[in-house]
Design a protein around this ligand. Sequence first.
Ligand SMILES: C[S@@+](CC[C@H](N)C(=O)[O-])C[C@H]1O[C@@H](n2cnc3c(N)ncnc32)[C@H](O)[C@@H]1O
Length: 270
Amino acid sequence: MSDNPKTIDQLNAESRDIWDANAEAWDKRIGGGGGWQSTIIAPMVEKMLNIQPGERVLDIACGNGIFSRRLAELGAAVVASDFSPKLIALAKQRTTERTEQIEYHVADATDIAQLLALVGKDGQPFDAAVCNNAIMDMPVIEPLFRAVAQMLKPDGRFVFSVMHPCFNGQSISMQAELPDYDQEPTYSIKVSRYLSAEATKGLAIREQPLQQYYWHRPLHLLLNSAFENGLVMDRLEEPQMIAEMPPTNAFAWANYDMPPLLFVRLRPAK
Ligand SMILES: C[S@@+](CC[C@H](N)C(=O)[O-])C[C@H]1O[C@@H](n2cnc3c(N)ncnc32)[C@H](O)[C@@H]1O
């Protein structure tokens, strides 16, 4: 440990600068879809959110706005935010249809005041909120849960997806073993640390110029933070990765009987 550990605000500012520096690479890679976003994240989140036309939906940490545009396609009026000004600029550039249905804002999800401001001047609560694969990128998550609990209608829902804390992250190592030529390979995951909440750096995509921060939280810290800040859980999903073709790479997730992503649906506590 360093003598002068960085404060949460310093870490978050550094993380924002990293996301800004990686924004173009991220936008190019995610583009208009493909990969996990299309095959697993969007379909699962859509199912869990069950958006109805005309609903008002908040997309927190929207990146290049890929899911915000999908929400608009489903008929929602979308407020989308991210702390990276570059990603918000790219999201705006990519939004050429249904522009009247999406407003983009730069807002830091670790700052409750910035989040609460997203509700707008008329203070109209949201029917639903979503945060796709970004909670593990934040040094603190209490402000996000507390703000969402306050901004949702009493029967509203909040769905988030996150790297599965048990099976995916910087402390796991994927292993493929072939006991004998006449046997099927076995695929396992070695977990070297789980209980320690810690920050590490790594790559989400190979093309990104800078490593980004990841904040690992074991399940009890992740979910208790939501429960302690006004939300209750009513659904949890851990989908198996499915490959269209039998994977040729031993480290393709489709080989493993373990989920790389966790999906959680929360609602305001009564
Ligand atoms: C893995 S990307 C996911 C983007 C988008 N939700 C998607 O599914 O394509 C993580 C996003 O979280 C954003 N992010 C990270 N920390 C944040 C924070 N403190 N406040 C707001 N956005 C944040 C990043 O800028 C990035 O756009």
